[in-house]
Design a protein around this ligand. Structure first.
Ligand code: ADP
Ligand code: MG
Length: 237
């Protein structure tokens, strides 16, 4: 995919493969286009050119056809840095309502799925809480439960722990790690290098709009080949 804002090229023919049941983590300097990449995949931003393929045919990322956009969006669960929960709805309503309104699942069944997912992320005792009464880490876990409840083919996470107080980070990372080990396919952006190391099958370093270097986490973090990767990694801790 390629994308420029005014005369700044942010993504320059970036190409990524995300094998099923793998966790692919994208790292790179601030402003290197990581969020733009994820947002384009969910049509929150329009690419200048590019395609996406979930294994059932190419979809043009510049399309304005709502059927194509819906086809791609329905396969992706998105977890944002700032949770994006409905503040006037409880945790349970936040997870249940998209199942009813976007997927057409009957309310009773949706409620059952939502309860299961909230329990899975450690929020069994918090179903009836409003977001303002939950910690940041708990809100992010509601947001993860909401995305996973939709049964996406790909879970996309944009710096899911960057808005959290340090003591909240581990709970969220633990949930993500568990999802990965259960076979959820994920594309994640994180600045938590240790987490990227532990939770990913594949790490991609991007800069200047394209992939500088990629490989398994051990190789990237312990034996980076490119000078830019070495510099970036030494600047992060
Ligand atoms: P990252 O997530 O890697 O920090 P982003 O994808 O958010 O980077 O941004 C990449 C570049 O694109 C930055 O220079 C940013 O200022 C610019 N950018 C992102 N979104 C917009 C937008 N809607 N309009 C103009 N410039 C944007
Ligand atoms: Mg970003």
């Amino acid at each position: 995919m390629s994308k420029s804002f005014a005369d700044t090229t942010v993504l320059d023919g970036l190409d990524l493969d995300i094998p099923r049941q793998n966790v692919v983590t994208v790292i790179g300097p601030s402003g290197s286009g990581k969020s733009t990449l994820l947002r384009i995949l969910d049509f929150l931003e329009h690419a200048d050119s590019g395609t996406v393929d979930f294994g059932d045919g190419l979809v043009d990322l510049t399309t304005t056809k709502s059927a194509d956009i819906h086809k791609v969006r329905s396969k992706i669960g998105f977890v944002f840095q700032n949770y994006n929960l409905f503040l006037n709805k409880t945790a349970l309503q936040n997870v249940t309502e998209p199942l009813v309104y976007s997927k057409g699942i009957k309310p009773d069944e949706a409620r059952k799925i939502a309860i299961e997912q909230l329990d899975r992320v450690g929020l069994a005792d918090f179903h009836d809480r409003y977001p303002s009464t939950l910690s940041g880490g708990q809100q992010q876990r509601v947001s993860i439960a909401r995305a996973v409840a939709m049964n996406p083919e790909l879970l996309v996470l944009d710096e899911p722990t960057s808005a959290l107080d340090p003591e909240m980070v581990n709970g969220v990372l633990g949930v993500i790690k568990q999802l990965g080990s259960e076979g959820m396919t994920m594309l994640m952006v994180t600045h938590e290098m240790r987490f990227a190391y532990e939770a990913s099958n594949h790490v991609v370093f991007i800069e200047g709009g394209h992939v500088v270097e990629q490989g398994d986490p051990k190789r990237i973090f312990e034996h980076p080949q490119e000078e830019r990767t070495v510099e970036f990694l030494s600047s992060t801790n």
